[in-house]
Write a protein that binds this ligand. Structure first.
Ligand code: MSP
Length: 490
């Protein structure tokens, strides 16, 4: 039976266009989805948009658009187009203005309500009129709203609350008993100490909002956007729940690792297997921000460097889970050295040799040597690293093999070998290495993997099961193509 693998990204706010930070998370989920597809698992990959926020109303107003649905529809198209131009392989795209979502939110809420976890109380908070949003003391900068630089008003409001505090003990127990629930370890510890400190009930409704999902028990209230947004993971396709991996950035750790599991416990749903929290990256050492105007457009970037170079860079340069920095120079450097000099060059060298000495036919495999022994262990090493979300180490393993293959050519000097059988064996081993590399890099660099497979004269089939030595058939024709990567000057 096929194993089920369900991966999610956060649903992004609809009021802005996708930037490189959102693309980073979405590509990470895509890599996991594609990796699981090559393992033969049944994958469901979900992403989508968070539309019921007050930000949506503000953004539409700023643009002079009065029909909010028209606005979100046109933005949804922008996001969907962006993901398809980045070749994201999601199976579904959920929007929180859809009926399927509203329906699930209502039934989810009913379960919590019936469980006696909702009560009406008084909410006291700091309210910024500019943002139309509550803040805590910690969010403020010198007591001022970080965006409007004004002192927020103290507001007291009747709201409906979710009894989060009731779940303090069960949450700690669950997280402590399930070491894979929150990853990496440092985030898990952070969540445990946060929950242990103090857990307050959370307000899940807002009065007098013009946009959002109505609270069924009080027509003056709508759901707080986070309460409704988290439920998207179920509403897209309830039969898929629970998720195997939920990927989120560290900015939304508490929503996903504290409130969300408590909501699920209260409503009687299973918890996701793993919530993986990744770091944030800066651009040229600076925080990505609209006001700095440094929000890199992922589509422009992939037009400039090629999609695979961008995907490779993001997951080779920044250890998944840690913070990192993005710069154009660093992309160019990785592209020139790892992609053009190492991978691209290897493919070209090997195919030129097969063309020259074997008239483009795959030579005969005779025997394994030490080089082959090393390459044969590569799939297992990569699999172990992928299981632990060590994307950068998985890529580094693959690139070590590429470097070994280049070294194998330099040391064996095929152009000097007179014995045809010996020469054929070396070239066969190199071609098999290229086939291994193509299959293993497919989740990270789908376009490049396909180009290599085509040049090897193989079908575009990417399966981990095919990673046994000797898969290439003697006599089949290769089709050398253009070089894979051109070097860029910085
Ligand atoms: N709508 C909420 C999420 C609701 S999920 C039920 C939201 N949306 S967002 O548009 O602000 O997206 C935040 C996410 O974008 C982060 O958690 C992270 O995944 C990604 N990133 C945004 N900036 C980023 C960086 N600078 N670096 C890495 N990831 C970044 O929050």
């Amino acid at each position: 039976m096929k194993l089920k693998f369900f991966v999610t990204t956060p649903i992004y706010y609809v009021n802005d266009v996708p930037h490189i930070g959102n693309a980073y998370t979405t590509i990470a989920a895509d890599i996991l989805a594609m990796w699981n597809r090559i393992l033969g698992n049944e994958v469901f990959f979900l992403t989508g948009l968070d539309e019921n926020s007050i930000k949506t109303v503000k953004a539409a107003k700023e643009k002079g658009i009065t029909n909010l649905h028209e606005y979100t529809d046109s933005m949804a198209k922008t996001w969907k187009d962006a993901w398809s131009s980045l070749k994201i392989s999601n199976n579904d795209f959920i929007r929180t203005t859809e009926d399927r979502h509203k329906k699930t939110v209502l039934s989810f809420f009913k379960k919590i309500f019936d469980n006696d976890d909702i009560y009406k109380g008084t909410y006291e908070g700091l309210y910024c009129e500019g943002c139309e949003q509550f803040y805590t003391e910690k969010d403020l900068e010198n007591g001022l709203c970080p965006f409007h630089k004004k002192t927020p008003k103290k507001i007291t409001e009747k709201n409906y609350f979710f009894k989060l505090s009731k779940y303090q003990k069960p949450l700690i127990e669950y997280i402590e008993n399930n070491p894979n629930f929150i990853k990496p370890e440092s985030r898990r510890n952070e969540v445990i100490s946060f929950i242990k400190e103090d857990l307050h009930d959370v307000s899940i409704s807002r009065p007098h909002l013009e946009w959002g999902i109505d609270l069924p028990i009080d027509s003056n209230h709508k759901f707080w956007v986070w309460f409704d947004a988290l439920i998207n993971y179920i509403s897209a396709n309830p039969s898929q729940w629970p998720a195997t991996v939920q990927i989120v950035g560290k900015d939304i750790l508490r929503f996903h690792c504290v409130i969300w599991p408590a909501m699920l416990m209260s409503a009687g749903y299973q918890l996701p297997e793993t919530i993986f929290v990744h770091g944030f990256f800066t651009i040229d050492g600076q925080k990505i921000s609209k006001s700095l105007g440094n929000a890199v457009d992922p589509i422009e970037l992939s037009k400039k460097h090629g999609l695979d170079a961008v995907r490779y860079f993001l997951f080779r340069e920044i250890p998944f889970g840690s913070d990192g920095d993005f710069s154009d120079e660093a992309v160019v450097q990785r592209k020139n050295s790892d992609l053009a000099d190492n991978l691209g060059n290897l493919v070209n060298r090997v195919l030129v040799l097969v063309e020259r000495y074997f008239d483009s036919s795959i030579p005969k495999f005779v025997a394994k040597d030490n080089f082959v022994k090393k390459v044969s262990g590569l799939p297992e090493r990569v699999e172990n690293l992928m299981e632990n979300f060590q994307f950068h180490n998985a890529l580094s393993e693959i690139w070590q093999t590429i470097a070994e293959a280049n070294k194998y050519i330099n040391e064996t000097k095929p152009w000097k070998i007179k014995n045809k059988e010996k020469l054929g064996n070396i070239l066969y081993n190199l071609m098999e290495t290229l086939r291994y590399v193509a299959i293993l890099i497919y989740p990270f660099m789908p376009e490049t993997a396909e180009k290599i497979m085509k040049q090897l004269g193989l079908e575009l089939r990417f399966s981990f099961k095919d990673l046994t030595w000797g898969g290439l058939r003697e006599g089949k024709k290769i089709r050398r193509g253009n070089i894979l990567f051109t070097k860029l000057q910085n």
